[in-house]
Design a protein around this ligand. Sequence first.
Ligand code: ADP
Ligand code: MG
Length: 517
Amino acid sequence: MSEAIDATQQKATVTAHQVNVSVAVQLADLVKSTLGPYGMDKEMVDGAGKVVLTNDGATIFKETKLNHPTATIITEIARTQEQNCFDGTTSCVVINGELMKEASTLTKMNVHPTRIAKGFNLANNKAQELLENIAIPTDKDILSKVAKTAMTGKSVESDDESLADICVEVANSTTLDNISIVRRPNGKISESVAIAGILVDRERVHLNMPSKVKDAKIALIDVDITLPEFAQTIQVQVTDNEAVKEFIESRKSQLQEIATQIIDSGANVVLCLRDIDRFVSEYFAKQGIYAARRVAKSDLEAVSKATGGRIVSSIDELDEADLGTSGLLEEITVGEKPIIKLTENPTSEAVSVLLRAPTQHVVDEVARAFEDALGVVSIAIEDEKVLAGGGAPYLYLSKELKEYANSVGGREQMAVVAFANALEVIPSALAENSGLDPLDTLIALRQLHTSGSVGIFGVDVEEGGGKNMVEAGVIEPMRVVSQALHSASNVSSQLLRIDNIIEMNRGPEIGEDGFDY
Ligand code: ADP
Ligand code: MG
């Protein structure tokens, strides 16, 4: 009896603050071991036995069952980080965990949480300013290093040189939304190429169709090219042969009418999202029309954008003005399978990257790594600012913020120092994950940061101690670090201001009683 009362009382003393610290630290611990080039993978299994192997922070949160509201708030920042920067999700959550740990120590010393939050904000603002001091301007050589750093630790390292070159080439030539990526197994990663124009991972539906069309006039159709009722399975009951023949003939002439309607628009190429009736295909082949079916929606949209064609959902309404134009459509063979290539398009920004790898599994992994690299390189181009990696910026900030703290009065000063200390978690985790002693590494790095050029010494994950990261080619966009700091400090301040977690009395789900809650 008394034990039960004790337990209840104890529970009541666990404040929202302690809960938030605990959740933030647990989440940080969940992903900390994945940080850096020697980070470990997580094997994630769901109830149905689906297995996901990853060392990507954003993926881990996406696949982990997180029921706590605080966890939801924190994973939200990981998502923002991924959306804005394509990278740095793990760092952001790890820093947040460390900030909350530091905050917990301060509250035990009776520093009020709102004071801590205020101090964290001051520190973050100062940190953003300080980052400008160590920013490195981008050039082509630097961009290639940014791409390689983004691909570190993924299974593409042996070919990172060729992929980094492609990445920089395409990121420099156009914007992200004009780049499409096609994956093809049964090849070598080094056979990956960038192609000016569009690749559509499809082939013609009939071998008698031409494999090359000059001055292509392209109809883009997102419905089945068949008779309306044929799109679904239908059952026709017939009793005599004549009736069957008549039925088939009537269908054929209706189908021919549809095909003619398309040809009459002036189209010599048909790209269809859905299926094309076999009779229609044969008719197209006879008329020398090129047609492909089951074209991915994203490909259809890319073709629409590059050729100026409009995607139509009603064949009746197809008109010459809806057709896209391309100087040359041809089928090329890649890894024993054909693929459609459209070049000499009116909008010349479209670029395709054909990624090759031995198996589907590897090509998918290559695509993930490549997409991340493409994202960070495009950010580096946009912002024109990069930083040394390997924890270098955090060590620089940590040192400078401790000095800055002297100019901050009151309890906030303690929070600024706490913020500065928390930032060392990144180089420390990088060292630990590489099998190095974190404390020895930090001591060596602090030493390097007091002398000579600051902001460029990071963790030497191979040999231990510190190393010039610019020379080592470990470079990342400034935005990745800046956003990670911003998000971590914002969310920790937000969590610190919460003094109660109250379960809301929710009504029924939307629709159950007709009200939208
Ligand atoms: P995040 O999700 O935060 O991007 P990563 O697992 O990608 O986590 O690790 C990124 C960290 O690893 C960055 O601090 C980056 O500078 C560092 N890093 C990447 N490559 C190296 C390297 N070769 N040597 C040292 N640090 C590296
Ligand atoms: Mg990363």
